[in-house]
Design a protein around this ligand. Structure first.
Ligand code: WTA
Length: 649
C-alpha cells in the first residue's frame, strides 16, 4: 500500500458538505448540490475517500441513451476505502459485530485488522479457484460473517458479486446464476432461522442441475449438517481459507467498473439484474450513511436487513465500513427465542442507530409491551425505516415505545436501482411527520409528473415520482439488457428517471410515498412482480389463467390475492388441494415470500376489449372497496365482475 500514490488521503476536515448538522445547513448544502453538482460531489469525493488516480470529469450523462458516468477515469478499490485506510487509526475497533441466531452463542467482534485479514484470505481463495477481475460470483449465504467477507473479497479482486437472498428457491437461484453467467457459487451447509434450519446446499445442488456453467461451489460450514459434496465441483471453504495468505493487493478498478449485480423484481418477465458501479456507489452510500444516521465515531449501528437485499449492501456493508463504523450483522429473526430479541440485542450491544422495516415494527407492535419494557433502550439515538410506507400507527408505536419520543425516526425512501437513500429526514435537522419521507437528500432532484407526462409544479400536489438529474449511485444498466433499462426507467417521461412509485408533495414540500403505480407489489418490504408469480401459477395443469393483486394486510403491509380461472369448461372449483398446489408451485419457482394469502377461483377475469386484464377492478374487489369500481360497461365481459364480487374471499 505504501508504494502507491494516494490522492485525497487527508485527515477528515470538518466539512459541513459531508456532515450536515442542522436544518439551515441542510438547505444551504442542498442548494449547492443543485446549483453546482459537479463541484459538490467532486469535493466530497476528494476530501473523504482514497483514490489511486483522480477523475478527469466528475459527471457526464445522457438520459436518452441512457448513459451515466461519475468520476470518469478515476481509479480506486472500494475495499481500500472500507478497510485498509482505517487500519492505522482503528485497526482494533470492531468493524463487524456478528450476533448469532442463538442468543446463547457468543457474539463475534471482527476488528478492522481481522476483517482485513479475512477478506484477503477469501480474496486469495477466490483467485485460487480461477476467479478474475470482471467474473461474476454468485453468493448464496445466510447472514454469517462469510457473507460480508465474500462480498468484500470479490470487490478486492474486481470480481462482480451477485448476492441472491438465501430465502429464494432453487429455480429463482438458477435463473439468476444463468442470467449473469456466474462460474462460482458460494454457499453454506445450511442456515439457522429461528428454531429451524434450512438446507441451503440442497437448494444450490438442485439449482445447479440447470446451470452447467458453474464449475466450483465453495461451502462454508455453519450448521454442521451432513451434506453431499459433489466431487470436483464442491469444496469446503475453511481449509482453503486456512491455507490462504492474508495479503492480497487490491485490484485497481475504474470508477465505472461494475461492483455488483443485484436482482430486483420487475412488473414483467424475469428479474432485472441491476448493475452498480464502483466510484459513485461508494461515495453516495457512504455520504448518505453518515448523514441519515448521523453516525459518530464509536457508535454501534444496526440495520436488521439481510445482505441479500440492497439495504444490506449499502447500509450493512459498504456505507458503514466506508465511514469506519461498527456495523451489526444479525443472523436470526425478531421472534426467536421470543419477541424481545431485537430489544435484547439493542441493550446487549448498546446500539445507537437502529434501522428496520415497517413490517417488522408492525409484527412486534402486536405483541405485549413487556417484551420491549424489560430492556434498556437508552443507547438509541436514531431510528430508521425502509422498504415500504410506514403507517401512522406503527410510526407512533416505534416513536413512543422504542425511541421514547427521544430518537428521531428517519423514514427513508429509496430503491435497489437508486443504490442509496434518496428522500429522508436528516435526524436532529429535519422535523419529522409520520408517514412522510420528508425532503430529498443533497443531489437529489425529485419531480412529480401528471398523466400527460407534464411536470407538476408547486406544493400540495400528487403525481408519479421521477428524478430529474443523476446522482452518483444510480444503477447504470440492467445486466445484459440495456434496452430494458431504458424502457423501464427512462421511457415513460422524457429526460427523467421514473421510479415506479407515486408520491404526494405537501404544503411545505415534504414528500410522502403513496406506493407503486406499476405491477410490483411490496409484501413485508419485499418487491414482488406479479408476472413471475402468474407464470408460476399458470404452470399448473389445471390452470387456464391467473391475475395477482395486492390487498392491505395488518402486518405485511400488502398481501397477495390471486384470481385463478381453471381449464375444464370454465367451471368454478373451490378446491383446497389446488390452493396448496398453487402455493407449492410459487414456493418452488420464487420462494415462500411470494405465497398467496387468498386464492379465488373464478369463471373469468375482467378484460378490456383489447384483452388486457383490468387489475384495477380486481384490486378493488380484493381490498373490499366495492362502492367505487369505476365504469365497467366498456369491458369485454362485464358479467364476470358481478360473479367475482359475489364469490370474493
Ligand atoms: C418501496 C428498498 C414508502 C417503494 C430500499 C420503492 C418505500 C420500493 C420506502 C423499492 C419508504 C422503499 N416509503 N415506500 N420509505 N422505501 N419503498 O428495491 O415502492 O427493495 O420503489 O429497495 O420499495 O424496494 P427495493
Amino acid at each position: 500500500m505504501t508504494n502507491h500514490c494516494f490522492i485525497g488521503f487527508k485527515i477528515y476536515l470538518h466539512m459541513s458538505n459531508y456532515h450536515i448538522k442542522g436544518l439551515e445547513e441542510y438547505f444551504n448544502v442542498y442548494r449547492k448540490s443543485i446549483d453546482k453538482p459537479e463541484e459538490f460531489w467532486g469535493d466530497i469525493a476528494e476530501e473523504h475517500f482514497v483514490w489511486r488516480k483522480k477523475w478527469d470529469k466528475v459527471l457526464s450523462w445522457d438520459f436518452t441513451k441512457p448513459e451515466i458516468k461519475w468520476f470518469e477515469n478515476a481509479k480506486l478499490n472500494i475495499t481500500e476505502n472500507c478497510i485498509d485506510r482505517h487500519l492505522l487509526t482503528k485497526g482494533n475497533q470492531t468493524a463487524i459485530l456478528f450476533e448469532p441466531n442463538d442468543p446463547t452463542e457468543k457474539a463475534e467482534h471482527i476488528t478492522y485488522h481481522q476483517l482485513h485479514e479475512r477478506v484477503n484470505r477469501m480474496a486469495n481463495v477466490l483467485k485460487s479457484q480461477g476467479v478474475e477481475k470482471g467474473d461474476r460470483v454468485c453468493v448464496y449465504l445466510p447472514m454469517i460473517p462469510e457473507l460480508a467477507i465474500t462480498v468484500l473479497a470479490c470487490a478486492r479482486i474486481g470480481a462482480v458479486h451477485s448476492v441472491v437472498f438465501a430465502g429464494f428457491s432453487s429455480s429463482a437461484l438458477a435463473s439468476r446464476i444463468i442470467d449473469c453467467d456466474a462460474k462460482v457459487v458460494i454457499t453454506s451447509d445450511g442456515s439457522y432461522r429461528g428454531a429451524k434450519t434450512i438446507d441451503l446446499k440442497g437448494i444450490v445442488d438442485e439449482a445447479l442441475n440447470s446451470c452447467s456453467g458453474v464449475k466450483t461451489v465453495l461451502v462454508a460450514k455453519r450448521i454442521n449438517s451432513d451434506i453431499a459434496m459433489k466431487d470436483g465441483r464442491d469444496k469446503w471453504l475453511q481449509p482453503l481459507l486456512d491455507d490462504a495468505s492474508t495479503d492480497c493487493e487490491p485490484e485497481i478498478m475504474d470508477a465505472e467498473d461494475p461492483l455488483f449485480i443485484l436482482y430486483t423484481s420487475g412488473s414483467t418477465g424475469k428479474p432485472k439484474g441491476m448493475v452498480h458501479t464502483t466510484g459513485g456507489y461508494m461515495v453516495y452510500s457512504a455520504y448518505t450513511f453518515k448523514n441519515v444516521f448521523q453516525y459518530e465515531q464509536g457508535d454501534v449501528y444496526w440495520c436488521t436487513a439481510d445482505i441479500g437485499w440492497i439495504t444490506g449492501h449499502s447500509y450493512i456493508v459498504y456505507g458503514p465500513l466506508a465511514n469506519g463504523a461498527t456495523t451489526v450483522m444479525f443472523e436470526g429473526v425478531p421472534n426467536h427465542p421470543d419477541y424481545s430479541r431485537f430489544w435484547e440485542i439493542v441493550e446487549k450491544h448498546k446500539v445507537n442507530q437502529f434501522y428496520t422495516a415497517p413490517t417488522a415494527i408492525r409484527a412486534l407492535a402486536k405483541e405485549d409491551l413487556v417484551f420491549v419494557d424489560k430492556h434498556d433502550l437508552t443507547s438509541l439515538k436514531v431510528l430508521g425505516t425502509v422498504g415500504e410506507p410506514i403507517n401512522e400507527e406503527a410510526w407512533h408505536w416505534y416513536n413512543d415505545n422504542i425511541g421514547k419520543k427521544n430518537s428521531p425516526i428517519v423514514d427513508t425512501w429509496w430503491q435497489t436501482e437508486t443504490g442509496g437513500i434518496m428522500i429522508s429526514p436528516i435526524p436532529f435537522a429535519t422535523p419529522t411527520i409520520p408517514t412522510f419521507a420528508t425532503l430529498p437528500l443533497p443531489g437529489i432532484q425529485p419531480a412529480l409528473m401528471d398523466e400527460n407526462a407534464n411536470e407538476i409544479n408547486g406544493n400540495s400536489v400528487e403525481g408519479r415520482l421521477c428524478i430529474k438529474y443523476p446522482w452518483p449511485s444510480i444503477a447504470r444498466t440492467i445486466w445484459g439488457d440495456h434496452q430494458r433499462y431504458k424502457d423501464t426507467y427512462f421511457s415513460a417521461y422524457e429526460n427523467m428517471y421514473f421510479t415506479g412509485d407515486g408520491a404526494r408533495r405537501d404544503a411545505v414540500g415534504y414528500y410522502r410515498i403513496t406506493g407503486r403505480v406499476d405491477d410490483v407489489i411490496i409484501v413485508s418490504g419485499h418487491n414482488l412482480g406479479t408476472a413471475p408469480i402468474e407464470d408460476a401459477i399458470n404452470e399448473h395443469p389445471a390452470v387456464a389463467e391467473s391475475a395477482i393483486v395486492g390487498f392491505p394486510h395488518d402486518i405485511k403491509g400488502n398481501a397477495l390475492y390471486g384470481y385463478v380461472t381453471l381449464k375444464e369448461t370454465g367451471e368454478t372449483r373451490v378446491h383446497d388441494n389446488l390452493r396448496k398446489e398453487i402455493n407449492q408451485l410459487i414456493t418452488e419457482h420464487i420462494g415462500p415470500i411470494a405465497k398467496l394469502d387468498k386464492i379465488q377461483f373464478t369463471v373469468g377475469l375482467p378484460k378490456t376489449r383489447s384483452g388486457k386484464i383490468m387489475r384495477r377492478i380486481l384490486r378493488k374487489v380484493a381490498s373490499n372497496e366495492l362502492d367505487n369500481l369505476g365504469d365497467i360497461s366498456t369491458l369485454l365481459n362485464p358479467e364476470v365482475v358481478e360473479k367475482i364480487i359475489e364469490e370474493r374471499l
